[in-house]
Ligand binder design. Structure first.
Ligand code: GLN
Length: 294
């Protein structure tokens, strides 16, 4: 492409920042566009936020300018910023993402953070099982926090497992990955786990209409949707796995659809667990923890 066609007024950082705001603020709001710029300058030039703030008069190379040009075009098509730069940060771990995995969400980070100051799983319970692992972000964070834990992560998608494996390697986390459909039970699990954790698909098909294009067009449908007539299918399967494999003093933690918190708790209660709902930073019911009913 002829770089003279780029709409940036110059190679100056100030002009890049203003064009992004001019073209994207009405789509995303200026705060979010600021976050995109921070992420792009870090990914493309290795600059931190302070450097960006204090280098507005600096000019950048034409080849770097071209990368900002394409990023701007992609953002106008609602391509997620994490796909543009290829990664996201999750609980301090850098996690590569692609259209084969759900982009890790801040609310999932919150769920995981609620577990990590806790006591390290011990004894029989020093084993951790992550069901529907996707990018591997939950399993990797837990292994990094509890290095002695023996962590197993399961996903149905070979393409997702490939990314999860790469993420585990890049983060120095030794995790056993297994390919299996959680809905059919997972062959090859043995013994008990002190912590069973999952962020399974939980968005009902009828909720599609309220979802953003950057989610609908780019996150894998397999990781998101469940049929309207059986939205808790994964939780039923997870409860069955937990009945067989959760240690006596173990804990089960699952991310949930905020509109199905009561029904999810009811399901776990009926299966012999004591569930508790936790809200996320937006005030939405976001995860359920459950122990065995005493
Ligand atoms: N919270 C995600 C979303 O709203 C859905 C995650 C999931 O289905 N597990 O896009």
């Amino acid at each position: 492409m002829n770089t003279r066609n780029l709409r940036f007024r110059s190679n100056r950082v100030r002009d890049i920042v203003s064009l992004f705001h001019e073209e994207l603020d009405s789509m995303y709001g200026s705060g979010e566009v600021g976050v995109f710029l921070d992420m792009l300058f870090e990914a493309f030039l290795g600059w931190d936020k302070v450097r960006l703030l204090t280098s507005k008069e600096q000019t950048i190379d034409q080849s770097d300018l071209l990368r900002f040009h394409w990023a701007l075009e992609d953002l106008k098509q609602y391509r997620p910023i994490q796909h543009i730069i290829g990664y996201t940060d999750f609980c301090g771990c850098r996690i590569s993402v692609s259209p084969d995995v759900l982009i890790p969400r801040p609310e999932t980070e919150e769920m995981v953070n609620s577990l990590t100051p806790g006591p390290s799983p011990h004894g029989e319970g020093s084993r951790i099982l992550d069901l529907c692992t996707g990018s591997g972000c939950i399993a990797i964070t837990l292994k990094k926090t509890f290095p002695k834990a023996d962590v197993t992560a399961v996903d149905i998608s070979p393409a997702a497992l490939k990314i999860a494996l790469e993420n585990a390697k890049n983060n120095g986390a030794d995790i056993r990955f297994m390919q299996a459909d959680v809905l059919n039970g997972v062959d090859g699990l043995s013994g008990s786990y002190g912590l069973i954790v999952s962020n399974p698909p939980y968005v009902m098909e009828k909720e599609r209409a309220q979802m953003q294009r950057n989610v609908l067009d780019y996150d894998p449908a397999l990781a998101l949707f469940v049929p309207d007539d059986d939205p808790l299918r994964f939780y039923k399967a997870i409860a069955n796995i937990a009945k067989e494999h959760l240690a006596e003093d173990g804990m089960l933690v699952v991310e949930i659809n905020e509109s199905l918190a009561d029904k999810t708790c009811e399901l776990f209660h009926k299966q012999g667990f004591s569930p508790e709902v936790h809200d996320d930073f937006r005030g939405k019911h976001r995860w359920v923890s459950a122990v065995w009913n005493p």
